[in-house]
Design a protein around this ligand. Structure first.
Ligand code: ADP
Length: 499
């Protein structure tokens, strides 16, 4: 199949979150399965400009945009990137916003032009995909422009008929919390008449909702874990789109993200002072000692060390974890013989509170920065890894910690459920790979940590077995890419059913 990924993020060029990590390795694996894959994304400032570029105009609303389509590749494995350049739209400090302007005011225009321009871009390339796979709200309009141009736009004659008739549209939802919501008065930015907004599925509660449009116009839909695929059908997790999703239930598939086993391999991780593996865990003690030294904590082999890495935002459970006078963190550190190392950046109140707690608690060390090498050291040197997420579409950190023998303690939600098995004190070796609590509430977080520490103190051989079982788990892109291929086939067969 010929597949074009329509995305606003893809490593190594642009990444703001998990989406950026998914698109490139998935594409490479699809190529390995025999598909032809291209990634279409904006050209942002700071990126290196490839030599080959095709210039063209896009009439969009009352404006004419001068655009350039650059091509990088094919790379060794055959992957091709296409970058859409429009300096006024994409040469900015950030992808979606900046520190001063968290969401750029003209985001609707920016991503509308990006989506609209896919079609003339394909025309320029003389390349017709079988699958248009679009990711999250910023790429959602691609399915609507496909429909509009197919049904009514007079410009259609300029383009090949095939580009509109051939492809199946597949949407991947990486986080339903971000939907691309805009005031109805902004509709002109999309170059879509107000009278068409409802029939295109773009209207929700009196506002424009791009993700809803993306859902309603997709032939097939994926999310990033099987459990999250179920959760988003409920009012608790659906963020207002649960009814729309329930109507498409048959067409939704949860496919777990793979993780990068080259970058995250404790037996040859350049960020670790010594390597270790499930066959020889002795190096892990050395890594723990290095982490303790780096953190200014006493080097104590017997004291269990709990690590945490991540964005300090609501989704990650920062309120139940460290809200003043209430959060779990104080109780964990003040009342238990543990050490805790936290690496993260995010909401100002949370960063402030962590510093306050760090002063009060000698066994807590906080790093408020983005630091890849320290993230590896924490994964390698921790005995346990805490993720008290309120929701977690897939989550990567628990997969890394399993791989690094850092036993995850996680909320029963989303991808955490699909990757971590709760400990049970059964048989010689015990069962499971981590500790799961049912809700991100302070008392539940503390209780789960207490459960883990009890096993540490009373059943240390189970800790070793938990570690080994976790380290042997594999969440590969190869498996996931096969599942995406099935979804593409489903999309193609659904194509005959609607649109
Ligand atoms: P999300 O995509 O919701 O942020 P994930 O667990 O899926 O959460 O992935 C987060 C990724 O970002 C992981 O690779 C994690 O190690 C990394 N990360 C997050 N914050 C930091 C930080 N402060 N320093 C280093 N790496 C970080």
């Amino acid at each position: 199949m010929r597949i074009v990924m329509v995305t606003t993020e893809a490593v190594p060029y642009a990444k703001a979150g998990g989406l950026g990590d998914v698109v490139t390795p998935l594409s490479r694996e699809l190529i390995r399965l025999g598909h032809e894959v291209r990634i279409y994304m904006p050209f942002y400032s700071g990126m290196e400009k490839p030599n080959r570029g095709k210039r063209f105009f896009l009439h969009h609303g009352n404006n004419s945009f001068h655009l350039t389509l650059y091509t990088a590749g094919p790379e060794k494995d055959g992957l091709i990137f296409h970058f859409l350049e429009s300096p006024p739209l994409f040469e900015r400090e950030g992808i979606y916003g900046s520190k001063r302007e968290p969401g750029y005011r003209d985001n609707l225009l920016r991503f509308s032009v990006f989506c609209h321009a896919l079609y003339p871009s394909l025309e320029q390339l003389n390349w017709t995909p079988d699958i248009i796979h679009y990711h999250d709200w910023p790429a959602s309009l691609v399915s609507m422009y496909g429909r509009i141009l197919k049904e009514s736009n007079p410009l259609r004659e300029e383009f090949s008929e095939e580009i509109y008739s051939n492809p199946a549209y597949v949407l991947s939802i990486h986080n339903i919390g971000y939907q691309g919501v805009f005031g109805i008065e902004e509709h002109k930015a999309m170059d879509i008449p107000q009278s068409d907004l409802a029939s295109l599925g773009l209207m929700l509660n009196g506002t424009i909702n791009l993700l809803q449009g993306g859902i309603l116009n997709a032939h097939s839909i994926t999310t990033v874990s099987p459990h999250y695929a179920e959760e988003i059908l409920t009012p608790e997790y659906g963020s207002g789109l649960e009814l729309v999703l329930l109507n498409r239930r048959e067409d939704i598939t949860g496919i777990l993200n793979g993780m990068d086993y080259d970058q995250w391999d404790p037996s040859r991780d350049p960020y670790l002072p010594v390597p270790f593996s499930s066959e020889d865990l002795s190096g892990k003690e050395h890594v723990k000692a290095t982490l303790q030294k780096t953190s200014g904590l006493p080097v104590e082999k017997e004291t269990p060390l709990i690590g945490m890495v991540g964005r300090l935002v609501d989704q990650k459970g920062i309120v139940p974890f460290c809200a003043p006078d209430y959060g779990a963190l104080y109780h964990i550190c003040a009342e238990h013989p543990v050490q805790m190392v936290i690496l993260g950046t995010g909401e100002a109140w949370c960063e402030r509170e962590l510093l306050v707690l760090e002063k009060k608690l000698p066994n807590l060390k906080v790093f408020l920065e983005f630091n890849d090498s320290l993230a590896h050291l924490i994964e390698g040197g921790s005995d346990f890894f805490l993720m008290p997420s309120i929701y977690e579409p897939c989550g990567l950190n628990q997969m890394y910690s399993l791989r690094y023998g850092s036993i995850p303690i996680v909320t029963r939600t989303g991808g955490l459920v699909d990757t971590v098995e709760d400990y049970r004190n059964e048989g010689e070796k015990g069962k499971g790979t981590g500790f799961i609590f049912s809700r991100a509430a302070p008392e539940e977080i503390v209780e789960a940590v207490r459960r883990a520490l009890t096993v540490w103190q009373q059943n240390r051989h189970h800790i070793v077995e938990l570690r080994k079982r976790g380290m042997s788990k594999r969440f590969t892109w190869e498996e996931s890419a096969k599942r995406y291929t099935d979804v593409y086939k489903k999309g193609l067969s659904n194509k005959s059913l609607f649109r």
